[in-house]
Design a binder for this molecule. Structure first.
Ligand code: FES
Length: 108
């Protein structure tokens, strides 16, 4: 696992998502109630881009057919067993530059 920088915190909008492609991963980064979440970007239903979804009730709602996935654990709400991958995230604050969003990705 490796903490990997994804974007500046200032690039995120509360209640929305940002697409980040890095190290072979296609990720969606969200800011919800001041907390950052990182998930896989591809919806398991039919491939919708979750970074284009909206956040409702702590879930990202897929823009294609409105499946809601919990940001904290990736579970499809009301249907246990269907989930997207989530990644641990953190915000780091280097002394000489803006706050950076990182995810702990399974790359070495
Ligand atoms: S592609 Fe996401 S709900 Fe259908």
């Amino acid at each position: 696992m490796s903490w990997t920088s994804l974007c500046d915190l200032s690039e995120l909008e509360e209640g929305g998502g940002k697409y980040v492609e890095i190290g072979g991963f296609q990720l969606a980064v969200f800011l919800n109630k001041g907390k950052v979440y990182v998930t896989d970007n591809t919806c398991p239903h039919a491939g919708g881009s979750l970074s284009g979804g909206v956040i409702q009730d702590d879930c990202v709602v897929c823009p294609w057919h409105a499946w809601p996935f919990r940001l904290d654990n990736g579970q499809l709400r009301d249907m246990p067993g269907c989930a997207i991958t989530t990644y641990k995230s953190r915000v780091v604050e280097p002394a000489d530059r803006p706050k950076i969003v990182q995810a702990n990705l399974p790359i070495f």
